[in-house]
Design a protein around this ligand. Structure first.
Ligand SMILES: [Zn+2]
Ligand SMILES: [Zn+2]
Length: 287
């Protein structure tokens, strides 16, 4: 067994007689495992580039390569690396649309996919990523279709303990911009309870330990929630200048610079968030 390249495409040839693949079981194991690695950073192209009908005789594999391929932990790590790349890529894409002065991108596809994988599927629960099943009535998916639900959804991310889930959902919210219903985001009642309702029931003190790595979008959402309380619930009449002060004090708490923020920016983001539910009156001229 010499000069035959390792079937796992490590770039080296096989030199030992024991590298030869002789049993059909070993061949099938390689076939199944390379399929699990499809599209990942290592072994990602192996499965599709092999004609599996031609083996096992005449093929070889290094023991070390085979052990890496069959290692569940390594597979999981590769999957996590991939998910992280999807999120990074998505954040890079969405940072251009989150610029308040640009017009938001229109979500045009129902399945949001970057080149590396899926971050949104309208047929799956946004949290647990499971589909509906006819056998289990409690698995029925509900569509986010009301402003109050969307506002609650945008608020809960700061308390998500699973960082990957938090990144993915933040990415989705950024992407949805101000047309959330076009993406058709669905959820299970029990997942809504677990994530959103639990967050809403937390006291301010309970929330504090969760306030790490708050994104600008999350910090602005905290400001919007504050506006909901003071203006819509308590019907306070506030000047744009005082809203700017509120904005600066809230957003700077999470490490974002606010010195260059002007009241026109506050007016823009409030209009975008609340649409025609919020009105601005010009200041009466004093003579
Ligand atoms: Zn090898
Ligand atoms: Zn779910």
């Amino acid at each position: 067994m010499s000069n035959i390249p390792c079937i796992l495409q490590c770039g080296r040839v096989c030199s030992k007689a024991t590298d030869a693949i002789t049993s059909i079981e070993k061949w099938d194991t390689l076939k199944n495992n390379t399929e699990l690695w499809s599209g990942l950073d290592k072994f990602g192209d192996v499965h599709t580039s092999i004609d599996w009908d031609t083996g096992p005789i005449g093929h070889c594999v290094h023991d070390t390569c085979r052990l890496t391929l069959c290692n569940a932990t390594k597979l999981e790590q590769a999957n996590n690396r991939q998910k992280k790349r999807v999120v990074d890529e998505c954040q890079a894409q969405s940072s251009s649309t989150s610029d308040i002065s640009s017009t938001a991108a229109t979500p045009s596809f129902k399945r949001l996919r970057s080149s590396l994988g899926l971050i949104h599927d309208k047929n799956k629960c946004v949290w647990c990523c499971k589909t509906e099943s006819a056998k289990h009535p409690e698995s029925k998916l509900v569509l986010i279709s009301y402003d109050h639900a969307w506002a609650a959804f945008k608020s809960h991310t700061v308390a998500l303990e699973d960082e990957l889930m938090r990144d993915r959902i933040n990415c989705l919210i950024n992407y949805a911009a101000d047309q959330p219903y076009a993406l058709e985001i669905r959820y299970h009642h029990k997942c809504w309870f677990k994530y959103v309702r639990n967050y809403q029931r937390m006291s301010e003190d309970d929330k504090l330990p969760h306030m790490h790595n708050v994104t600008l979008r999350e910090a602005q959402t905290i400001f919007f929630d504050n506006i909901r309380t003071v203006i819509f619930d308590e019907h306070e009449l506030r000047s744009l200048q005082s809203l700017l002060r509120d904005y600066s004090s809230i957003v700077s708490r999470y490490g974002f610079p606010t010195s260059g923020v002007k009241s026109s920016y506050i007016k823009d983001i409030l209009t975008r968030e609340f649409k025609d539910k919020i009105g601005f009156h010009s200041r009466p001229q004093r003579n």
